[in-house]
Design a protein around this ligand. Structure first.
Ligand code: GDP
Ligand code: MG
Length: 177
């Protein structure tokens, strides 16, 4: 089988967003199919997972980075995402503050990330009880539109849109020029 040239590029993809929104859970779900309750240890250093995603006849290699609690102190270093190809920016639909903080995250990204970076806004925990929901789907959609980024609601718990979100990112990376 001829080697796939698109595979040679490793697309650095980073999960961003406030602490507790479900970044680690989303990556673990995508990687292993499992959902684990309770906060993941923040003691391990920044780690990454390599995944190969099929998009039509091509394969896209993502190196997906997760922060280990640095986001809690807003100390995710700028050098860390300066060379990122894609950013998954998460908020928690049951946590209004995490949604309000998205603007600050986006302004950081504007200042420090590559201009060409692919950004996907994600409202996670969409499985929540309707009475716990503090951010409407339309609010997420509107914000994404304002910043011209892709939007999706996900659930690391049920698996809703988890693969679809990473596939959409891979597709955008493959077809952007
Ligand atoms: P991080 O700090 O952004 O990495 O967030 P974690 O992945 O550590 O998740 C924080 C908490 O939210 C944990 O208790 C998770 O079990 C929970 N959680 C994460 N994703 C979901 C989800 O999609 N639905 C629900 N109901 N809980 C979630
Ligand atoms: Mg985490």
């Amino acid at each position: 089988k001829p080697s796939d040239p698109s595979l040679k590029i490793l697309h650095k993809t980073i999960l961003l967003g406030d602490s507790g929104v479900g970044k680690t859970s989303l990556l673990v779900k995508f990687d292993t199919g499992k959902f684990q309750t309770g906060n993941f240890s923040a003691t391990v250093g920044i780690g990454f997972t390599n995944k190969i995603i099929s998009v039509d006849d091509s394969k896209v290699k993502l190196q997906i980075w997760d922060t280990a609690g640095q986001e809690r102190f807003r100390s995710v270093t700028h050098a860390y995402y300066r060379d990122a190809h894609a950013l998954l920016l998460l908020y928690d639909v049951t946590n209004k503050i995490s949604f309000d903080n998205i603007r600050a995250w986006l302004s950081e990204i504007r200042d420090y990330a590559n201009e060409q970076v692919v950004i996907m806004l994600i409202g996670n925990k969409a499985d929540c009880n309707p009475s716990d929901r503090m951010v409407k789907r339309e609010d997420g959609e509107r914000l994404a539109k304002e910043y011209s980024v892709t939007f999706m609601e996900t659930s690391a718990k049920s698996g809703l849109n988890v693969e679809i979100a990473f596939m959409a990112v891979a597709r955008e990376l493959l077809f952007k020029k």
